[in-house]
Write a protein that binds this ligand. Structure first.
Ligand code: 5RP
Length: 230
């Protein structure tokens, strides 16, 4: 589920700050969402000015935008590795870098790309920062696993809602042809153990808890950008 989010200026500053760290010769994971889109647009402009990169998109939407911006693309199975992935988040704890993603239902591929990358640079506006993770956790699951997975998540303490499509009857169907639910666990005191528990459930493709992936976070604001590295 998407949070309301902050100003476009703040998102743009964060996205552009991350794009500026990219150097010629790099393979770059291209994240999904409105903040990562600013990084993709900035990279597109830099490519026009001669930056030599290959992008690996994390979703249909990221791929569509990157093509529009003229960024050369490759699939994950066509590159040797990824130097840096730049992506947004729905909530992040700055002390640890642990975050929740999946507001755009792209978290499985986002995690795959982040896991293949040497660095994961998260870009957010200040409304996404929190002391403790308490945003709902997106869980992508095989379509017919929905009742079973929902019951198991409830036994882990989550209140489950199947994500419904806005302009289609029925549920959201991911880029991978699966369903997504949003699980409300309240304040998540031990993200690592919850991440492990969710990953173990048969039928779960992946969930939006990112624990131990983030190497940098840029928080854009009305005044500038603050970057924390891990
Ligand atoms: C998509 C995501 C997005 O990165 C996350 O929802 C943040 O998006 P936005 O920058 O539009 O708030 O995880 O699955």
């Amino acid at each position: 589920m998407k949070s309301a989010g902050g100003s476009d200026d703040a998102k743009q500053r964060a996205g552009e700050a991350a794009a500026q760290t990219v150097e010629s010769g790099m393979t770059v994971g291209l994240g999904t969402g409105s903040t990562a889109a600013y990084a993709i647009r900035a990279l597109g402009e830099a490519v026009d000015d001669g930056l030599d990169i290959v992008g690996v998109p994390t979703s249909f939407g990221a791929r569509e935008l990157a093509i529009e911006c003229g960024i050369p693309l490759a699939g994950l199975d066509e590159v040797d590795g990824i130097d840096v992935a730049i992506d947004g988040a729905d909530q992040i704890v700055l002390d640890t870098g642990n975050c929740i993603k999946g507001g755009g239902a792209a978290h499985s591929r986002e995690k795959l790309v982040a896991g293949a990358a040497d660095e994961l640079h998260i870009v957010v506006d200040p409304t996404k920062t929190a002391e403790t993770l308490d945003h709902t956790v997106a869980v992508e699951m095989l379509p017919d696993a929905h009742p079973v997975v929902s019951e198991k998540i409830e036994s882990l303490g989550g209140e489950v809602t199947l994500r419904r499509a806005a302009n289609k009857d029925g549920p959201v169907v991911t880029d991978n042809g699966n369903l997504v639910c949003d699980a409300d666990f309240g304040a998540i005191d031990d993200p690592e153990s919850l991440a492990t528990d969710l990953s173990r459930l048969p039928g779960v493709v992946d969930h939006g808890l990112f624990v131990g992936y983030v190497t940098a976070v840029s928080v854009g604001s009305e005044d500038g950008v603050s970057t924390t590295t891990y």
